[in-house]
Write a protein that binds this ligand. Structure first.
Ligand SMILES: [Fe+2]
Ligand SMILES: [Fe+2]
Length: 247
């Protein structure tokens, strides 16, 4: 079941939180539709491909898929890229650092003329005339890591930042109690282990505070909705010791 995050009739943001079944880590996939044009965010790998293709058709036609955005290069992010390249004309939007690694997921030649590498400082793209900001989040957790900020819905699709290890209905929900995210959602352990160091956290928080973010929606688990929870997350993350700080 898809979750509609935002819908004003022209602009839609959709979350798919239940497509991964079996041993793979729970992962959320997202679609943004504007004026009938579509973008997929972190569509996942073979575990999600055919289900996401079927669900996506409720919002836009495969022939209207303009972009497949990959926040980084992980298997749960974009291992299905070959399938999207074969059946759509979409461009693959990924950090320039990973643009020549992604072809290893694909048939020979499939990525030729189809890659849209994101420069280190980020960039804006247009989806059916609606601007989307590709925000750097380098080393959170990989170099060449980006997030999508949608100024219409004021949602920040934050990739692995803000991720938690909950599944089922809970993954489609929002955190009511921040301590639940840290403990029951394993948010504390996850970020200490997977994020690379406090300097990267601080630089990211500083940049995100300058955007008007109403909702942080990560690629795993539940989300942080409303200014109070968004700021609660930013305040915590800004001071987190992780990765190299703890090595
Ligand atoms: Fe990742
Ligand atoms: Fe992930």
């Amino acid at each position: 079941m898809a979750t509609v995050l935002y819908d004003d009739g022209v602009h839609k943001c959709i979350a798919f939180t239940e497509l991964v079944q079996g041993e793979g880590v729970q992962a959320n996939q997202f679609a943004i539709a504007h004026n009938g044009e579509g973008m997929l965010l972190d569509p996942g790998g073979n575990l999600t491909y055919k289900h996401l293709l079927a669900e996506m058709a409720d919002y836009f036609l495969p022939s209207h898929l303009r972009y497949v955005f990959a926040s980084h290069q992980d298997p749960d992010i974009v291992a299905s890229v070959n399938g999207w390249l074969l059946i759509t004309d979409a461009s693959i939007v990924v950090a320039s650092e990973w643009a020549r690694f992604i072809p290893h997921f694909c048939l020979k030649g499939a990525t030729v003329g189809r890659m849209l590498p994101i420069p280190y400082e980020g960039m804006n793209i247009s989806l059916g005339g609606s601007p989307l900001k590709l925000v750097p989040a380098h080393y959170l957790h990989t170099i060449g890591n980006f997030q999508v900020y949608d100024p219409v819905s004021k949602i920040l699709f934050s990739g692995d930042v803000g991720a938690s290890l909950v599944s089922g209905e809970e993954a489609a929900g929002v955190w009511e109690d921040f301590n639940d995210f840290l403990t029951r959602g394993s948010g504390d352990g996850f970020h200490r282990h997977y994020m690379s160091g406090n300097k990267a956290c601080r630089l990211w928080v500083d940049a995100i505070r300058r955007l008007d973010v109403e909702w942080i929606v990560p690629q795993h688990g539940a989300s942080f909705k409303g200014k109070v929870m968004v700021n609660r997350f930013l305040d915590w993350f800004e001071n987190l010791e992780c990765g190299l700080d703890l090595l």
